[in-house]
Design a protein around this ligand. Structure first.
Ligand code: SF4
Ligand code: SF4
Length: 150
């Protein structure tokens, strides 16, 4: 399993040392050392900006496909939570077809990641109704939450 690896990484052989990612990283997590633009995992919030701007496609998002296949081979139920944004990747696939396809792949059930965002919103509402004066973050965006944590 490679879950300990950060979600965004550099394919160092592909880096052309142009520093574009360094300039665009919103949290200054990338430093050039030995001709390589390296991501500091202690600062990176996995926003994906560097992946989008790198002209050499050297910044990449970790691919967990093999890990998922391994999970599905195990004799336990595996559930999948998909983000509502999946439609941007599969614009011609209806929700029912997507659920059926995931079930055929072996997932025991399919849920929507937005349910987590709903829980966050409900918690914020409860906190607001209690009227306590404290700073609240209502965003469920992982990059925003990670930014605050770090
Ligand atoms: S933008 Fe890409 S090619 Fe340029 S320094 Fe960053 S990783 Fe290397
Ligand atoms: S994913 Fe975002 S925060 Fe992380 S190194 Fe790239 S631009 Fe910076």
């Amino acid at each position: 399993m490679r879950y300990h690896q950060p979600p965004v990484y550099t394919a160092e052989n592909e880096c052309q040392d142009c520093s574009k990612c360094v300039r665009h990283c919103p949290v200054k997590a990338i430093k050039v050392a030995d001709g390589q633009a390296r991501i500091g995992p202690e600062k990176c919030v996995a926003c994906g900006t560097c992946v989008r701007v790198c002209p050499a496609k050297a910044k990449r998002v970790r691919d967990d496909l093999d890990e998922v296949k391994q999970l599905l081979r195990q004799p336990k139920k595996v559930f999948v939570s998909i983000a509502p944004s999946y439609v941007s990747e599969f614009p011609d696939v209806s929700t029912s077809k997507m659920i059926a396809a995931l079930r055929r792949l072996g997932f025991a059930g399919v849920s929507e990641t937005a349910l987590g965002a709903q829980e966050v919103s409900a918690k914020v509402v409860r906190e607001l109704n209690e009227g306590r004066k404290k700073l609240l973050l209502s965003s469920a965006c992982p990059a925003a939450v990670t930014y605050v944590q770090k």
